[in-house]
Design a protein around this ligand. Structure first.
Ligand code: C2E
Ligand code: CA
Ligand code: CA
Ligand code: CA
Length: 279
């Protein structure tokens, strides 16, 4: 099953290429895709090293373009959605779907996993964003403690006051906050003590060649220490090999995410992934 998933990922990386369509026609198609429910969510498990169990998953947006029969990679259409303002509606769609799915999984007897959703900076500029989140949690009946928001350092640098208040409100709802792509953003770390951060996600560019690049190895170790000193959890993304996992385990990293454990999978395949990792 693992090989099959690997292949479907390769298919998705290779076939689509950004020259095939103009920005404008893509944006138009994206809008239609949203209206016609042509977007999908894949889930990638997060693996807790100490327990050897799945502790949660990240929701990753997919767009199956029916015209071409290809998957459009998020790095092609998320920036378009951000530029065109469509990201607010897409973000709402994602959140509604993820919370509904998670509620369904919990009711179906899944262990209490936490699902994370990526947020774009533009979503924080929407005055109604907090209310939308609150409403979706209410409507789906999902408790905030099962939800985590992944934000990047870009978010924290913009409209500090507003962002601060929004994050506080999310904390009050029990929602977890993580810093995505940690280490790739801004040089100032002072925001770490200003904002209520629960998780640092070490960017995959550090993990890539962690076992033969001493610089990446020391940066990774330092981030792990930093996270623990701040009483935050730390997770490494883009873990592809056993050697990387062993390195991270030795450095006391809490969790890993990456193809070595599992690629992102469609929701109906997630039960299988969970079963593989039951101790
Ligand atoms: P990200 O949040 O940093 O997500 C991690 C990306 O790394 C995902 O790419 C994932 O499929 C990929 N990945 C996971 N494990 C491995 C591995 O072992 N090796 C390698 N090389 N890659 C791995 P994906 O799914 O293509 O998503 C790309 C980006 O699109 C995400 O980066 C995130 O910034 C954005 N994105 C995805 N879904 C959403 C969404 O719902 N909302 C927003 N605002 N952004 C999203
Ligand atoms: Ca992420
Ligand atoms: Ca990331
Ligand atoms: Ca990234």
């Amino acid at each position: 099953a693992k090989e099959q998933m690997g292949n479907s990922h390769c298919f998705f990386e290779k076939e689509w290429n950004s020259n095939t369509e103009s920005k404008l026609s893509l944006t138009r198609k994206l809008r239609r895709a949203l209206e016609n429910d042509e977007l999908l969510i894949y889930y990638q498990p997060k693996f807790q090293i100490a327990s050897g169990q799945i502790s949660g998953m990240e929701a990753l947006l997919r767009w199956y373009d029916r015209d071409t029969g290809m998957m459009v990679p998020p790095k092609e259409f998320i920036p378009l959605a951000e530029e065109s303002g469509l990201i607010s509606s897409i973000g709402e769609w994602v959140l509604k779907h993820v919370c509904t799915q998670m509620k369904h999984w919990l009711e179906g007897g899944y262990p209490p996993l936490r699902v994370s959703v990526n947020l774009s900076p533009q979503q924080f500029q929407d005055d109604k964003f907090v209310d939308t989140v609150r409403r979706i949690l209410q409507e789906t009946g999902l408790s905030g403690e099962y939800l985590e928001f992944e934000i990047t350092e870009r978010v924290l640098m913009k409209n500090e006051e507003t962002v601060h208040q929004v994050l506080r409100t999310f904390k009050e709802m029990g929602v977890f906050i993580s810093i995505d792509d940690f280490g790739t953003g801004y040089s100032s770390l002072s925001y770490l003590k200003q904002f209520p951060i629960d998780v640092l996600k070490i960017d995959q560019s550090f993990i890539n060649n962690i076992t033969n690049d001493p610089d990446n190895a020391s940066i990774t170790s330092a981030i792990i220490q930093l996270a623990h000193n701040l009483n935050a959890e730390v997770i490494a993304e883009g873990v592809e090999t056993e050697e990387q996992l062993h390195f991270l385990r030795d450095k006391q990293c809490d969790a890993v995410q990456g193809y070595f454990i599992s690629p992102p999978v469609p929701p109906h395949d997630f039960a299988g992934v969970l079963k593989q990792h039951l101790v």
